[in-house]
Structures are given as structure tokens and as C-alpha cells.
Design a protein around this ligand. Structure first.
Ligand SMILES: Cc1ncc(C[n+]2csc(CCOP(=O)(O)OP(=O)(O)O)c2C)c(N)n1
Ligand SMILES: [Mg+2]
Length: 911
């Protein structure tokens, strides 16, 4: 059979011809006929590619002649792969149907169970999404998903977040989860352990790999992950990762998230044929239809085709094949094209008589076409996503596609099998309860061998191990390498060099010539990249800011990864620092895409588990476009147990001068405090950065801790002091005395400085000593988050062990013997330092940068926010006056002498 014989194709061509006015005495009829003849003959000679080329060339010539030739990114509303190109189904359909039915039942029972009134906990869950996707998943579980083995990392599968009941039900059938686990779905604190609501590697580290429930993030992560596999291969870091396929399962409603479709072009540009997305087009999201007045499948086809993806539509099940074959006039296809998704949803909940009347009844020939089908049969005509053969065909074609990523757009019914309890209903997404009658119907429809008298208890069902379907299930998984999902940490531990490593020493010895902490960091990373064992694992990631951070010399030395190499001669080829792109380049230069860079960070930072390679990402970016822009991805990174370093360059609301409100960051360290597995640091000197990075490398890659780091980096030049003796522990703990005040002065005080503002603290120390007889010790506060966590931990222990000797928070141990007052000053919002206020003896006076930034000079900004040396002096004197150590008049005089206007504007405008 040629392509032209395919029923849908024939219908399409006929309907197009009908629309073109063919056969109506049109004068251009002869031309049309001759073109049709040419096409027919190419198709007859089995040369469909020639037909495509012919048409392309034809359209091209029309355009050159100035004719507005159509650009088509959409095809008719039918299956992309014609019936005659469908492969034989390789599995046992009966056994697979049984397995799928049990999975359906157990998934449903799990959710209903968790929400029975008897349990009284109402913890939620979703039935209808998995119900719509069961066939798609089961086909993949039986035939496509390859598990990790000793020398292969396995396919990387991004399961749709809220179909977990289906995955758990499968794992239960496979014997990987117990009945107790299922009973404890969404009750993770229950005895015997429970199952997390959604895929969370943090909560189920042996099971889940990818958190996907924050919609849109899974899809974009999958693209960058697929590209990262290419990177690993190109750099020779993994022998089999080129065979890995990445699957991402996405909801059609989820496609509205900008992150879902935002990076499609990259996947096509990079020719990621290792990537396959499946959009479950059940036409509904949470509240109602995704595109009631349109067609989500057609819309998505246009978007994906336009972006260069291979699109496979799975719209209709096999029972429609026969009707399409009969559809000589293209009426059926025409009718399908004119119906909107709202209509199709309506047909799902309607009787056969209604479907006959409204859908087929539009044309007498269409009605005749279904004369032989009963009303009941009409209601059972399947959509493509519920037909194992159609689904298998699509997965297989995706697997065989070369040079492009594939998206499968599978049409399904939301709540499939739930009947009146929710099938196709607008309420279905949140349906968590089924009454006894509905349960019986569900059981009957899917043939679950449970009797009437037990049905109300909703038992889970697993056939005996020797049942043919169980043997089949295990055999299929064995053939595919084992069970999925599974997460295993396989990366070798790395030996991390000590601080005596020359690459660290270069900065710990200090420097007289001025430089910023950003520059210091660049020195460290270059030295690490050159280190013989560690270097190759480092992945520098930059979203188009390398020049801002002085990293451009790294381009030529380490190369920018490009799958194409460099096809042009770069304009700066003569320079030592030229823009070098290379197939084995080490730098991931992501362009202006913080979301993409973050996705790469996660792909690299989880490679220790997902691919057994201890990749070490260093992601440096414009600090303001981090936490507040891609905050949810950072949360995802934590959930994924990502390792690595995030470096917020251009940190500080006053240190980054001239830029203003959108750029000046005084709150990333506050955000960082909200992410449990982030170690957040605000180093003032290069030696501190070196100590933190060295310790981070050791903790993550030698000791195996699954944490990651955030470091604030500044761009203010200063001379860097050498590392003082014995400060290493203090740097890591979050606070240490950097420079004690002069002896023999009348008053005592302490100033905590962080980051660049340490320079102001040191200047204040001098003024206080010289003008006011105050000896102020200057401390470097490197991590308020760490100090706070330590204190909270101690306090909690004390609360629960009231009769035992109390633990002392570190900050108390450090400060209790000192004579206050204590003042902190930083380029962050005051609340960052206030985190430890309650444990500072006598309280903490905090100076910080609350409010919007301004474009101005550093000097003026620091006065504006009251964090300069003069304001620090005033705050210290004021704190001493409050203690009664000095007269308040001294403070008033100091305000005058230091030139601070007491009536100046309060930077935080809104009270
Ligand atoms: C970013 C984000 N916003 C909202 C939600 C809440 N939510 C969970 S499922 C859902 C509807 C999903 O619809 P669709 O993507 O079509 O998936 P389906 O369940 O139909 O397969 C919503 C709004 C979420 N998980 N993530
Ligand atoms: Mg949907």
C-alpha cells in the first residue's frame, strides 16, 4: 500500500481538494490535476520523500515569485503514522491488559483509601490523571524504559508529577513496594514508612530521580539533561551515556507553563534525538478544558513542528481505522477538524445516541458510516492514547527517529474508567472518593478479581507470583535491565586537595594589588580546572556574563561546549582570549537563559547519582537573576539532591553601583536561607572563598554529602589580606574574629562585617578607636544561616531534654565572654543578620540595605542605606549609649561631625 492509499491521507487530500474548489469548473483545474498526477506518481513509485522535496521546491519558487505560499506546521487531525506503517505489537496484549488493570485498580484504591472518612486524614491524591495515562505508561514499562545496569545509567524518565499513584501501583505489582507502603500513600511519617505525594528524590532517594510536580520544570530540565548527556559523551566522561534516552511525560495543561515550551528550540538545534516527550492530551487540566474552544493537539503540533521537533500525533484508536478507510469523501476527518476540544469532552460524558446525533448526524453519509455500530459501541471507540498498538507505534517511531527530538501528542480521556465518578467530568482532577457502586463498576470494567463483599474495603490486588501475568511482568522488566524508577549513587569518591594545593595557596597568601572576591573566585576555578584529577569533572556554567566576571580568558583555555564545534572564524581569533567553541569544550555558555543554566546546573549536579560521574558544576550568574528569578528551580535542585556551587556574582545592594533597582541584590542570602540543603556564605576575602570551596568540595565529593553551596561574590576591588592562622573553622562555622580592636581604650564593642562591607567595618574600627576611644573587634560573619541553624538545633535539643546539661549554640559560645555591644553591617537586608539576634548577648544592632536599590556611586549608596563606616560608627556609639557606657550627646555630636544628615530619607519607603 502506498502513502496515498492510507485512509486518513486519502481523506485529507480529498478534503483539501474539496476546499480548493476542485470539480467545480474552476479554470485552474488542469494545473491542479497535473500537479496531483505528479504527486500520485511519486507516491505510487514509493517515493514519498521525493514528493516532499518536490513540494518544498515548489513552495520555494512560489515565494521567490512573491506569492504568499502557506507555511504549514499542522497536519490533519489524525494519527501521524498511517496504519500500514504500524509494526506488529511485540507483547502479549491480554497479559499486559491484566497488569494495567491491576495497576489502575491499585492506584485508584490507594488514593480512595487515603481519603476514606474512616482514616479521617483526607490527604488528597489524584486518580484521574493516571487513569488517562495508564496505557501510555504500561506500554513504556513493558517495552521501552531501560533500567540502570552495572555499565549503563538507564533511561532517564521524568514522570508526570501527579501520576505517582500509577508508578507506586506498578512498583507494588513488581514487588518493590509493600501493601503497607500503599496504605501509607501520602503519610510519610507513618510507621513502616510512607510514599511521598509526588516524585521527590529528597524524600525517596532510592526511588525517584526527578522532581516534576512543579509544572514546567520537568520538561525544561529534561531538555538540558538530554543535552548534558551529549556533553558527557563529547568530553569522553562516560562510555555508554550516548545510548541513554530521556523521556518526559507532560500534561497538556502543563504546556501552558512558559518553562514547558520555552526552550524547545534548543532541543531541535542540538538535534537531541535522545529525547522523547509525551504530552498526555486528555484535553483537561484542573478546572476544566485546556482548550475548550480550540484543539490543544493541533496547537501543540504547530509549536513543536515550528521549533523543529518530530511530532507524532496519536489521536485515534484502532477501532477508528475502519471508519477512516471508508471515509472516501473526507467527511469524517472534516467533522473531526470542525469539532473543538469542548465538543470532544462532551462526547466523552454523553450517550451513544447523543454522539450519533451530534457528531455523525451532521451528514447523512457519516451517519450511514456507523449504521453497523450500536450506541454502546459508539461510546467505546477509543482515543489513540488508550490503544497499546498506537502508543507502541509512536514510542517505536520516536526511538527510531534520527536528528530530532520527538514529541508524542497522545489523545486520551481524563478519568478514563471512572464512569460517573469522574470520567471526562470537569471535577475529575480532584475526585478522590468513589462510592461502593462506582467501585464495583470500576472493578467490573477492568476485570479485577475481587468479590462484592470485600470491595468496600478497597483491598489492593496482586496476583500470585506464579500467575502468567506476573511472570510476564518480571520477564519484561528483566529484558529491560531491571526496575524503574530507581536512583542509585554510583559515582566514585574524589580525593579533594587540601589548602596547601597551589591553586588555593595562590589566593590564601593574599595580594596587595587590588582585586574583588569575584576575581579571587575566577583564580580558584581556573586552578581547579587545571588540577589533574578533579579538573575534568568541573562544569563552569554561565548565562552570558563571563565578561562581567572576568572569565573570558577561560574561553580559549577550556573551550565553550558546542556540538558543532566552531564553523566560523571568530572575530577575535587573533587574541589569546578568543571566543573558542569546541566539540569537547568544557564551559557551558547558556546564553541569556538563567532557567536553562539552572537546568544544566541540576543535570550536572545530579550526574553523580544519575550517571555515576562526579560532575562538579560551578554556576556563576548575575546574582539578582538567581533566587528571585529561578527560585523554584533552585528548590528543585535541592529536592534532586543536586551538588555543586552557585555563585551570585555582582552581589550587594550598594557594591554593584550604578545599576539600580532591578540589579542590586541584597536578599539572595535571605532566599538561600529558605532552601534546606544550601550552605550559604558571604565571604569578605579570597582566602575565605578558598576555604569554603575546598570544604564544600570535600563534603560533597569526598564525604558524599548531598548538599550544595551558594556564595555571594562582589565586584569591589580591594587588596586581599593573607589568611590568618587558625581561622578555617570559624570561616566554615559562620563567624570568627578577624581583627581585634586596639588595646588600652576606654570602651569595648564588636562589629560583624560581611562581604565587601567588611571594608566599612574595618574603617569604622579605625574611626572608633581614633576619635571615640572605642576598641571595636571586627569579626567576619561568613554565614548567618549556618549560625542560626546551629542555634536552632541546640535550642530544640534543650527543649526536649530539659533535665540534661544544656547545649550551647556556637554563637553563644563565641560571644558570651565578650563585652558588647554587638553591631552587624552588611550589603544585605537587615533580616539576614537578624537571624542570630536572639542569641547575641545583649542583642544585635543591625545595619543593612532594606528597600529598592538606586543607580548611584558606591559611596552615596552606602550613606543612603546607612551601611558606610560613618553610619557604623554612629550605630556602635548609639549601642554604647544605650548601655549607658557613653553619653547620648556624644552620639549626637558624632552624627554632626561625621556629616550624617539625621533627617535623611528612610530607604525603606513603606512602613
Ligand atoms: C507550577 C504549578 N502550578 C500548579 C500546579 C497544580 N496542579 C497540579 S495538577 C494541575 C492540573 C494539571 O493538568 P494537566 O497538565 O493537563 O495534567 P493532567 O492531570 O490533565 O494529566 C495543576 C494546576 C502545579 N503542580 N504546579
Ligand atoms: Mg490534561
Amino acid at each position: 500500500m502506498t502513502l496515498s492509499d492510507t485512509p486518513a491521507r486519502k481523506s485529507a487530500s480529498k478534503s483539501a481538494a474539496a476546499q480548493n474548489g476542485r470539480g467545480n469548473g474552476d479554470p485552474s483545474q488542469a494545473w491542479i490535476d497535473s500537479l496531483e498526477n505528479a504527486l500520485e506518481s511519486m507516491l505510487l513509485h514509493q517515493e514519498p520523500e521525493n514528493a516532499g522535496r518536490f513540494l518544498d521546491g515548489f513552495l520555494q519558487r512560489l515565494r521567490q515569485a512573491g506569492v504568499q505560499a502557506p507555511t504549514t506546521t499542522q497536519t490533519p487531525y489524525c494519527n501521524t503514522i498511517p496504519v500500514d506503517q504500524e509494526p506488529e505489537y511485540p507483547g502479549d496484549r491480554d497479559l499486559e491488559r491484566k497488569i494495567k488493570s491491576y495497576a489502575r485498580w491499585n492506584a485508584m484504591a490507594m488514593v480512595v483509601n487515603a481519603n476514606t472518612d474512616a482514616k479521617g486524614i483526607g490527604v488528597g491524591g489524584h486518580i484521574s490523571s493516571y487513569a488517562s495515562a495508564a496505557t501510555i505508561y504500561e506500554v513504556a514499562y513493558n517495552h521501552f524504559f531501560r533500567a540502570p545496569t552495572a555499565d549503563f545509567p538507564g533511561d532517564q524518565i521524568y514522570f508526570q508529577g501527579h501520576v505517582t499513584p500509577g508508578n507506586y501501583a506498578r512498583a507494588f505489582l513488581e514487588g518493590r513496594l509493600t501493601e503497607q507502603h500503599l496504605q501509607n500513600f501520602r503519610q510519610e511519617l507513618a510507621e513502616g514508612g510512607g510514599l511521598s505525594s509526588y516524585p521527590h528524590p529528597y524524600l525517596m532517594p532510592d526511588f525517584w530521580q526527578f522532581p516534576t510536580v512543579s509544572m514546567g520544570l520537568g520538561p525544561s530540565c529534561s531538555i538540558f539533561h538530554a543535552r548534558f548527556l551529549r556533553y558527557l559523551t563529547a568530553r569522553g566522561l562516560h562510555p555508554t551515556v550516548d545510548k541513554v534516552r530521556v523521556y518526559a511525560f507532560i500534561g497538556d495543561g502543563e504546556s501552558d507553563e512558559p518553562e514547558t515550551l520555552g526552550t524547545l528550540a534548543l532541543a531541535a538545534r542540538e538535534k537531541l534525538d535522545n529525547l522523547c516527550w509525551v504530552v498526555n492530551c486528555n484535553l483537561q487540566r484542573l478546572d476544566g478544558p485546556v482548550r475548550g474552544n480550540g484543539k490543544i493537539i493541533q496547537e501543540l503540533e504547530g509549536v513543536f513542528s515550528g521549533a523543529g521537533w518530530n511530532v507524532i500525533k496519536v489521536v485515534w484508536g484502532s477501532d477508528w481505522d475502519e471508519l477512516f478507510k471508508k471515509d472516501n469523501q473526507g467527511l469524517l476527518l472534516k467533522r473531526m477538524e470542525e469539532c473543538v476540544d469542548g465538543d470532544f469532552q462532551k462526547y466523552t460524558v454523553s450517550t451513544g445516541a447523543y454522539i450519533r446525533n451530534h457528531f455523525f448526524g451532521k451528514h447523512p453519509d457519516l451517519l450511514r458510516m456507523v449504521d453497523h455500530l450500536s450506541d454502546e459501541q459508539l461510546t467505546k471507540m477509543h482515543r489513540g492514547g488508550h490503544d497499546p498498538l498506537k502508543v507502541y507505534t509512536a514510542f517505536k517511531a520516536a526511538q527510531d527517529t534520527k536528528g530530532k527530538p520527538t514529541v508524542i501528542l497522545a489523545k486520551t480521556v481524563k478519568g478514563y474508567g471512572m464512569g460517573e465518578a469522574g470520567e471526562g467530568r470537569n471535577i475529575t482532577h480532584q475526585q478522590k472518593k468513589l462510592n461502593e457502586k462506582e467501585l464495583r463498576e470500576f472493578r467490573g470494567r477492568f476485570g479485577i478479581p475481587l468479590s462484592d463483599d470485600v470491595i468496600a474495603d478497597m483491598p489492593f490486588y496482586r496476583p500470585p507470583e506464579d500467575a502468567p501475568e506476573m511472570k510476564y511482568l518480571h520477564a519484561r522488566r528483566k529484558a529491560l535491565g531491571g526496575y524503574v524508577p530507581q536512583r542509585t549513587v554510583r559515582a566514585p569518591k574524589l580525593e579533594i586537595p587540601g589548602l596547601d594545593f597551589q591553586g588555593f595557596k595562590q589566593v590564601t597568601k593574599g595580594s596587595v594589588s587590588p582585586g574583588s572576591t569575584t576575581k579571587g573566585f575566577v583564580t580558584i576555578i581556573r586552578n581547579l580546572l587545571r588540577e589533574k584529577t578533579l579538573g575534568k569533572y568541573i562544569v563552569p556554567i554561565i548565562p552570558d556574563e563571563a565578561r562581567t566576571f572576568g572569565m573570558d580568558p577561560m574561553f580559549a583555555e577550556f573551550g565553550i561546549y558546542s556540538s558543532k564545534g566552531q564553523l566560523y572564524e571568530p572575530v577575535d581569533r587573533e587574541s589569546n582570549n578568543y571566543y573558542k567553541e569546541a566539540k569537547d569544550g568544557q564551559i557551558l555558555e547558556e546564553g541569556i537563559s538563567e532557567a536553562g543554566a539552572m537546568a544544566s546546573f541540576v543535570a550536572a549536579g545530579t550526574a553523580y547519582a544519575n550517571h555515576g560521574v562526579p560532575m562538579i558544576p560551578f554556576y556563576i550568574y548575575y546574582s539578582m537573576f538567581g533566587f528571585q528569578r529561578v527560585g523554584d528551580q533552585i528548590w528543585l535542585a535541592a529536592d534532586s539532591r543536586t551538588k555543586g556551587f552557585m555563585l551570585g556574582g555582582t552581589h550587594g545592594r550598594t557594591t554593584l553601583n550604578g545599576e539600580g533597582l532591578q540589579h542590586q541584590d541584597g536578599h539572595s542570602l535571605l532566599h538561600a536561607g529558605t532552601v534546606p540543603t544550601i550552605m550559604a556564605y558571604d565571604p569578605a576575602f579570597d582566602f575565605e572563598t578558598a576555604v569554603i570551596i575546598r570544604d564544600g568540595l570535600k563534603r560533597m565529593y569526598q564525604d558524599g554529602e548531598e548538599i550544595f553551596y551558594y556564595l555571594a561574590l562582589y565586584n569591589e576591588d580591594m587588596s586581599m589580606p593573607p589568611m590568618p592562622e587558625g581561622c578555617e573553622k570559624g570561616i566554615l562555622d559562620g563567624l570568627y574574629k578577624f581583627k581585634p580592636g586596639a588595646d588600652g581604650l576606654k570602651h569595648k564593642a564588636h562589629i560583624f562585617g560581611s562581604g565587601s562591607i567588611m571594608q566599612q567595618a574595618l574603617k569604622a574600627q579605625t574611626i572608633l578607636a581614633e576619635k571615640y576611644g572605642v576598641s571595636a573587634d571586627v569579626w567576619s560573619a561568613t554565614s548567618y544561616k549556618r549560625l542560626r541553624n546551629d542555634a536552632l538545633n541546640a535550642e530544640r535539643w534543650n527543649m526536649l531534654h530539659p533535665t540534661e546539661p544544656a547545649k550551647k549554640p556556637l554563637v553563644v559560645q563565641l560571644l558570651e565572654k565578650e563585652t558588647g555591644p554587638f553591631v552587624s553591617v552588611s550589603d544585605n537586608m537587615k533580616i539576614v543578620a537578624d537571624q542570630i539576634g536572639q542569641w547575641v548577648p545583649g542583642g544585635l544592632t543591625t545595619l543593612g540595605t532594606d528597600g529598592f536599590g538606586r543607580s548611584e556611586s558606591r559611596k552615596n549608596l552606602r550613606r543612603f542605606f546607612e551601611i558606610d563606616a560613618e553610619c557604623t560608627v554612629i550605630a556602635t556609639l548609639n549601642a554604647l549609649a544605650k548601655k549607658g557606657a557613653i553619653d547620648r550627646k556624644v552620639v549626637a555630636q558624632a552624627i554632626k561631625d561625621l556629616g550624617v544628615n539625621p533627617e535623611k530619607m528612610f530607604p525603606f519607603l513603606v512602613v
